[in-house]
Design a protein around this ligand. Structure first.
Ligand SMILES: NC(=O)c1ccc[n+]([C@@H]2O[C@H](COP(=O)([O-])OP(=O)(O)OC[C@H]3O[C@@H](n4cnc5c(N)ncnc54)[C@H](O)[C@@H]3O)[C@@H](O)[C@H]2O)c1
Length: 269
């Protein structure tokens, strides 16, 4: 049974959906009957992800493009309108982290590339999507932030700045687009295993997360569907943390005064 019947038949673009979080979100929209446009700069992975949605009984097309390039972004929308006629949901997931550089090793090209893909990519896609949505009576835009927008990572100055920009963009767009019935929100993933860690690495990384585990790309999909659906019709300008409690804690488990190993055992409650 579909978890979100109102999303059946909705046209959803997901950028950077050839793998990782974007692929999981695109697949979940496919599973509830949305028409999915799978974008990625890597054409082969976009094609494979779209095919796997179609093979599972969903409806998807691939639209390879670099979201930082205005002319290429136009092609995503041309393909979407040709195939499905409109855009109801825009998920801006495409983003890059690497290379990670200490501030003293950073240069302008590094800064510009990360800001171009992560922040300008959001602007270029949203600028086009919002116009279509406004003419169509409304829609939902979902941006992809990071804990780095609130608390910094070492050697991630450009990435963290891009994500801070995405959260500010989310709020500002929500104000401009509210009168057009377009809601604009962001998801903030915590530590999500998109690289395929082994069991030991997952356990090691999970220790410091209040939920006790690292996130799976599927963990991002429910919140994405919520923000796309009418269930969140009064939610806009917001950032939803999907991080197993990471940002809620002051000290990681390994350095906290009270270690989680000392918590009462369930059988003693
Ligand atoms: N994985 C995490 O723990 C985590 C945490 C916080 C935020 N995020 C954010 O979530 C999003 C997805 O992360 P992920 O871990 O799935 O990444 P990933 O590297 O596994 O996948 C990203 C996808 O985006 C594509 N891409 C890169 N540049 C692109 C461009 N210019 N145009 C179109 N597609 C492009 C890549 O080819 C890749 O398929 C990113 O915005 C990232 O910053 C991830």
């Amino acid at each position: 049974m579909s978890t979100h019947p109102d999303l059946a038949g909705k046209v959803v673009i997901v950028t950077g959906a050839g793998k990782g979080i974007g692929e999981a979100i695109a697949a979940r929209f496919g599973s509830v009957g949305s028409s999915v446009v799978v974008n990625d700069v890597d054409a082969a992975s976009a094609e494979a992800a779209a095919q796997s949605i179609n093979a599972a009984g969903g409806t998807a097309i691939a639209a390879a493009a670099d979201v930082s390039d205005s002319a290429q972004v136009d092609t995503i929308f041309e393909a979407t309108l040709a195939a499905f006629g409109t855009v109801d949901v825009m998920v801006n997931n495409a983003g890059i982290i690497s290379p990670m550089l200490h501030f003293f090793d950073a240069d302008e090209a590094w800064w510009r590339r990360i800001i171009d893909v992560n922040l300008t990519g959001h602007f270029l896609c949203n600028h086009r999507a919002a116009r279509v949505m406004a003419k169509n009576g409304g829609g939902s835009i979902i941006n992809m932030s990071s804990g780095g927008a609130t608390r910094a990572h070492r050697s991630f100055t450009a990435y963290d700045a891009s994500k801070g920009g995405i959260e500010a963009l989310t709020r500002a767009m929500a104000l401009d687009l509210g009168p057009y019935n377009i809601r604009v929100n962001a998801l903030m993933p915590g530590s999500i295993d998109t690289a395929g860690m082994d069991t030991e690495a997952r356990a090691y990384r999970g220790v410091n997360i209040p939920a006790g585990r690292i996130g799976d790309p599927f963990d991002m999909t429910g919140p994405a569907l919520f923000l796309a659906s009418d269930d969140s019709s009064y939610v806009t300008g917001d950032v939803i943390k999907v991080d197993g409690g990471m940002l809620a804690q002051q000290r990681s488990a390994t350095v906290d005064i009270v270690h989680p190993d000392t918590f009462p055992a369930v059988e003693d409650l």
